[in-house]
Design a protein around this ligand. Sequence first.
Ligand code: PLP
Length: 231
Amino acid sequence: MTTIQTQLERVQARIQNACHAAGRPADAVTLLAVSKTFGPDAVAAAFAAGQTAFGENYLQEAVQKITALRHLPLVWHCIGPIQSNKTRLVAEHFDWVQTIDRLKIAQRLSQQRPAHLPPLQVCIQVNVDGGPTKSGVPPNEALALARDVAVLPHLRLRGLMCIPEPATDVEAACAVFKRATDLFDTINQTGLALDTLSMGMSADLEAAIASGSTLVRVGSAIFGQRSYVVG
Ligand SMILES: *Cc1c(COP(=O)(O)O)cnc(C)c1O
């Protein structure tokens, strides 16, 4: 068994245990494998072990990998910040974009989504803990942005994503994640049918699942430590 397969199985077991502990069905949470800084071989190994959804942060690196692995039925999520002059590449290569935090970016992605592809699946990124260095829309602006994005023709609004600062303990992590869940519920009550709440990473996926996450983004616990820091 490859290391990646073993680590993938460990992460899947963590997700299942967390769902069980929270009284949620085992299939309530999707695993996104964050493959940034790892090459096509690592992605192919994870695919061979059953993983199909992958997340990338850095556009140039992502486009190379997506192109190299075009023969595999993979689903690619953009989870990094997007510059407005790079939206065309994103619209042409990805299946999902989780980092919408401005209407202008969403409009460009919709205009530039190639006609032969299905709508781009998108999440609004929310700066749920007010972290100063974080991208993401402030929570009190999320509903207005969601309404504007939901009507764009070549996008399909699926939900919210957040990247809170690492918390000191599980209770603190849950308190922040719970704010995202409350916002998600509030937006859904307005009639927007969101089904994706993207939160939780290698270190805090249990707290995120306990708080209502439907998609966890896990990198190092699957692929190992990243040997360089980018971005
Ligand atoms: C890198 C990254 C992850 C994965 O982080 P790990 O701690 O390696 O699991 C998840 N989400 C985003 C947005 C990232 O940039």
